[in-house]
Design a binder for this molecule. Structure first.
Ligand code: ADP
Ligand code: MG
Length: 266
C-alpha cells in the first residue's frame, strides 16, 4: 500500500504563485480526478509533483510513503514509483521508445529483464502499432498516438502512482475506451494509484474515479464522489470561480447574486 500525500502545496512559476495550498492524498488502487477550468493550475500541479525545472515550491510538502519527494531529483521520483503522462509529451528526436525504456531499465528504475516481451504484450493491450517502438519518441505522432505511447510506458514500467495530465486529449472514442480499460486494469492488477487530471468529464465516464476534486485558483475548492464530475458537466465551473459571489456551489441552489451580508432570517 503506497500513499502520495500532498499537504498545503504552494508553487510559483515565473514569479507568480499558481498553486496556493493543495491538499490531496492518493493511495494504491484509488482513482482521484482533479478537474478545473483552463489555467487553474492542473498541469502546474503535475509538473511540481514530478520536479520540472522552473516550478518553484514555495510551501507545503509532498511525501511518498512518508519519504520527502520534493527534495528528490526527477529521476529519483520516477525510481520511487511516480509516473507522469504529460499533457504535451516531449518529442525526443534520435531516441526511440525502446532506447528510452532500456535506459530506464539500466538505471535500475524498473527490472525489465523481459523488456521486449512486455513491450509487445502492452502494445497489443492498447492497440498500439509496434512500428512506433523503433521510431523517435513522440516525433510526428498524432495526439492520440502520443497518449497511447504514454500509456504503453505506464504498462511496461508499472509505477506505484501515476499522474495522467489530460490523457484524453487527442484520443478518439475507441482510443479513450481502450486506454481507460488499461488504466482501470492497472488499478486492480498492479494496485496502481491514479491522479487523473482533466477539464472534461468525458474521460471519467470510462475511467470512473473514486474521488473527484475541483481545482480552481490553485487550490482544491470542493471534493466529492463521481457524481461531482457529472454535476460539473452540467453546471461548469462558474460556481467555483472568484467572480461568482461567495463562490457558492451551484448544487446548493443558492442564488449567486444574493447579498452575502443579508440577514438570513430577514
Ligand atoms: P491548467 O493545466 O489547469 O490549464 P496550468 O497549470 O498549465 O493550467 O497553468 C496555470 C497558470 O500558470 C496559467 O496562467 C499559465 O499561464 C501559468 N503557467 C504555467 N506554466 C507556466 C510557465 N512555464 N511560465 C509562465 N506561466 C506559466
Ligand atoms: Mg493543463
Amino acid at each position: 500500500m503506497t500513499s502520495l500525500v500532498i499537504k498545503g502545496l504552494r508553487a510559483a512559476v515565473a514569479g507568480t504563485e499558481i498553486l496556493t495550498g493543495v491538499d490531496l492524498t492518493v493511495s494504491s488502487g484509488e482513482v482521484h480526478a482533479v478537474m478545473g477550468p483552463n489555467g487553474s493550475g492542473k498541469s502546474t500541479l503535475s509538473h511540481v509533483l514530478m520536479g520540472r525545472p522552473g516550478y518553484e515550491v514555495t510551501g507545503g510538502s509532498v511525501t511518498l510513503d512518508g519519504v520527502d519527494v520534493l527534495s528528490m531529483p526527477t529521476w529519483q521520483r520516477a525510481q520511487a514509483g511516480l509516473f507522469l503522462a504529460m499533457q504535451y509529451p516531449v518529442e525526443v528526436p534520435g531516441v526511440s521508445l525502446l532506447d528510452m525504456l532500456h535506459a530506464v531499465s539500466d538505471a535500475g528504475a524498473a527490472p525489465l529483464s523481459d523488456l521486449s516481451s512486455r513491450l509487445q504484450e502492452q502494445a497489443a493491450a492498447i492497440d498500439f502499432d509496434e512500428r512506433f517502438l523503433d521510431r523517435p519518441l513522440n516525433v510526428d505522432l498524432s495526439g492520440g498516438e502520443q497518449k497511447r505511447n504514454e500509456t504503453l510506458q505506464l504498462g511496461v514500467l508499472r509505477p506505484k502512482i501515476a499522474i495522467l495530465d489530460e490523457l484524453d486529449s487527442g484520443l478518439d472514442v475507441d482510443g479513450l475506451a481502450t486506454i481507460s480499460r488499461r488504466i482501470e486494469h492497472a488499478t486492480n492488477a498492479d494496485d496502481l494509484g491514479v491522479l487523473v487530471i482533466t477539464h472534461y468529464s468525458r474521460l471519467l465516464e470510462q475511467l470512473r474515479p473514486d474521488h473527484v476534486h475541483v481545482l480552481v485558483g490553485g487550490r482544491i475548492q470542493a471534493s466529492g464522489g463521481p457524481e461531482l464530475a457529472d454535476e460539473l458537466e452540467e453546471t461548469g465551473y462558474a460556481a467555483y470561480l472568484p467572480a461568482a459571489a461567495g463562490a457558492v456551489p451551484a448544487s446548493t441552489g443558492a442564488d449567486p447574486f444574493a447579498d452575502p451580508f443579508a440577514d438570513p432570517l430577514g
